[in-house]
Ligand binder design. Sequence first.
Ligand code: HEM
Length: 223
Amino acid sequence: MPKRKIEFEFSAGLRWTHWIRAIAIFVLTVTGFYLAYVFVAPNASDEPVLFLNAKFRMWHEIAGFILIAVTLYKTYLFFVDRISKKERIAFLDFISPKIWIQQIKYYLFLGEHPKLRGVYNPLQFVAYIGLYAMVFAICITGLVLYVHVYHDGIGGMLYDYMRPLEVMMGGLAMVREIHHIAMWGILIFVPVHIYMAIFNSIMGKEGLIDSIISGYKFINEDH
Ligand code: HEM
């Protein structure tokens, strides 16, 4: 058995928000598909009490604001938090051509895993930048859609700021389109992310998946 060293990898805030975001994305996808194409309808009633569409939209918006809050918090952690320094340092691996080549060779089973300075390898880093671009796009377009749904509170407050963005995007129909396309971007990311996590956990044998639950990784000292 190779010797393992225990190492603290991810802060509690980072881990909690990872799973809250995963649940929010799941809820947003199910309710979002309904908003795009109504796939269930209640039995017809004479009374105006059903409001199924409004209920789906309400849960979509609740999960949407949770996603926005989590995104802002995670962005703050990335740039400011002391424990997240390991995430920031990953940028140095990202700009190193040597690490890029070693990493690609590793995925092709042609070489050893490169020795990284940060917590993410360069391919992972690119994937996360792409994810954030899509999450920001979906949050902004979501807010543009939201100010047309609810005119008090945050909706009313943001209305004047969202309208120019709506015009820049080519009108409300285009905003919906962009929102929908960004969803597919996220939906492509998710299975690849899960596949890579399992791949690296099996190949690395360092408790990678455990680290996003417990915070700790078990580094192989022979590496
Ligand atoms: C992973 C994140 C999200 C996914 C997968 C998602 C998905 C969707 C989809 C598929 C639609 C229907 C668009 C269409 O007509 O084709 C939609 C509509 C909408 N989304 Fe999202 N969305 C997300 C995040 C958000 C966020 C952060 C907000 C902000 C509060 C938001 C607010 C809205 C609103 C207000 C609508 C329009 C509802 C209506 O037309 O009645 N969404 N979303």
